[in-house]
Ligand binder design. Structure first.
Ligand code: IMP
Ligand code: MG
Length: 172
C-alpha cells in the first residue's frame, strides 16, 4: 500500500497563501495582472490564491503535458490548451503547482514571453530543488522541499490524490 506522509496541513497552506497574496497584491498594484494557471495541478492553489488578492486581476489557464503517469519527466513538453485572452502588454504571473526539473516552466515562460507581455514572473505552490536542471527564477513560492513526490491539494500521482485538502509525501 502507498504511504502518505503529511507535509503541509490545509491551515499551513492557507497561512502561506495569505503571505504571498499580500506580497503579490503589493507588487502588482496599479498594473494589468493576468494570472495564468497551469492545469490541472494548479487549479486548487490558484482558486485559493485569487481570493486572497486585494487587487483586480484577469485569469486564464494553459495545459502542458510533460509527464506521463510516472513520477519523473519525459522531457517532452507540449501545449495541450492555449490561452484564450490576449496578454500583449500585460503583466503575467504563471501559477504552477510544483517546479521539479524546471523544464515545464522554462518552456512555458519562453512561450508566453513570445506573446509580448510586459513581464512574466513565476509563482509556485512548491519549489522542489533536488532535480532542478534549468536556471529558473522563482518569484513567489509557498514551500520548498528538497526531494520526494508530493500529492494532494491539486497535485496528483497518475490522476489520484488531487482531492486531498493537505499536501503529502507519497511513498510508493
Ligand atoms: P518539471 O518540468 O520537471 O519542473 O515538472 C513540473 C511538473 O511535473 C509539475 O507541473 C507537476 O505537474 C509534475 N510534478 C513534478 N513533481 C511532482 C510531484 O512531486 N508531485 C506531483 N506532480 C509533480
Ligand atoms: Mg503541473
Amino acid at each position: 500500500m502507498p504511504e502518505l506522509i503529511p507535509v503541509l496541513t490545509r491551515e499551513e497552506i492557507k497561512k502561506r497563501i495569505t503571505g504571498i497574496a499580500v506580497q503579490i497584491s503589493k507588487d502588482y498594484e496599479n498594473r494589468e495582472l493576468v494570472l495564468i494557471g497551469v492545469l490541472k495541478g494548479a487549479f486548487v492553489f490558484l482558486s485559493d490564491l485569487i481570493r486572497h488578492l486585494t487587487i483586480p486581476v484577469q485569469l486564464d489557464f494553459v495545459s502542458v503535458s510533460s509527464y506521463g503517469s510516472g513520477t519523473s519527466s519525459t522531457g517532452e513538453i507540449r501545449l495541450t490548451k492555449d490561452l484564450s485572452i490576449d496578454i500583449n502588454g500585460k503583466d503575467v504571473l504563471i501559477v504552477e503547482d510544483i517546479i521539479d526539473s524546471g523544464q515545464t516552466l522554462q518552456w512555458l515562460s519562453n512561450y508566453l514571453s513570445s506573446l509580448c507581455p510586459n513581464s512574466v514572473k513565476i509563482c509556485t505552490l512548491i519549489d522542489k530543488r533536488e532535480r532542478r536542471e534549468e536556471q529558473i527564477s522563482v518569484d513567489y513560492s509557498c514551500h520548498t522541499v528538497e526531494e520526494g513526490f508530493l500529492v494532494g491539494y491539486g497535485l496528483d500521482y497518475a490522476e489520484d490524490y488531487r482531492y486531498l485538502p493537505g499536501i503529502y509525501h507519497l511513498k510508493l
